[in-house]
Design a protein around this ligand. Structure first.
Ligand SMILES: [Zn+2]
Length: 269
């Protein structure tokens, strides 16, 4: 059986524009809230609300998304059958990457988890910005009852200015229990990895259809993520593409939320 978790990273365009002054790279409240409402509407109509929105946290927007205006949106997502997760961008954009800095990552993960939980939300999933990950953060995920990491894109090897940013070479193509020693290997931590299966932005609808057909042929229980970003929802064309992609994928696999994924994975042993 093939299962998909539809994930949306809560990032906006300006965040990634290193040429802008810091003030301009920050979130525009109204714009972002409107895009998130579109996420919710689209997921409701296409896949019964089963989306996983990764709430952005970074030095630039540390407490931004745990303020009441956004908490009410996160609650709408949960009420519709979806979830929110923790998405930490701790980098100084394209300059320094802190995903291996245990102290920094611990603070960031704790801060966002606590902010969401004390407002009644129940995150169980993590994804690193730029798909960064280090085994050093596994204990912090465990302490915060985060059962899943979604940072794996099998084969990914991202290097900026000779610095290795994200390395998933040799990682399994299906879900696995993370090793404390090497995040690309199966091990015995309490955190399960759910790899990226379909990136809607990078593939054409034709490629998405072909990939879904291939995946469907495999016999084992598969749980994979499907990826989009909040900034995609600005464009009508991208919203249409996301909707069509979800409708195609729905013919081959079942969309589930992360809590359902946990039950399925535990049952499969
Ligand atoms: Zn991101």
């Amino acid at each position: 059986m093939l299962y998909f978790v539809f994930t949306i990273d809560g990032d906006w365009d300006e965040y990634f524009d290193a040429k802008l002054p810091e003030e301009k790279r920050r979130v525009n409240d109204k714009v972002l809230a409107a895009l998130i409402k579109r996420e919710i509407r689209l997921a409701k109509s296409a896949i019964g609300g089963k989306m996983l929105h990764f709430v952005h946290s970074s030095p630039l927007a540390r407490d931004y998304f745990v303020r009441p205006a956004f908490i009410s949106l996160w609650k709408q997502i949960e009420q519709a059958g979806g979830s929110v997760g923790v998405h930490c961008h701790e980098e100084q954009l394209y300059k320094s990457w802190h995903f291996e800095d245990a102290d920094k990552m611990k603070l960031a993960i704790n801060f966002l988890c606590n902010g969401l939980r004390k407002n009644g939300l129940s995150p169980i999933s993590y994804r690193g910005g730029f798909m960064t990950f280090s085994p050093k953060i596994i204990p912090f995920l465990e302490e915060n009852n985060l059962a899943f990491d979604f940072s794996c894109e099998p084969g990914r090897h991202l290097v900026y200015n000779n610095v290795l940013v994200s390395d998933w070479q040799g990682a399994p193509g299906n879900y696995y229990r993370l090793s404390y020693e090497d995040h690309r290997k199966v091990g015995n931590s309490k955190v399960f990895e759910i790899p990226l299966g379909i990136c809607i932005e990078r593939l054409s609808l034709w490629q998405i259809w072909k990939k879904a057909r291939q995946l469907k042929k495999l016999k084992e229980t598969q749980v994979l993520s499907v990826m989009a970003h909040t900034y995609d929802y600005k464009s009508f064309k991208m919203r249409l593409k996301i909707k069509l992609a979800l409708l195609i994928l729905k013919r081959y696999g079942k969309f589930i939320n992360d809590k359902e994924a946990l039950l399925i994975i535990k049952e499969s042993g």
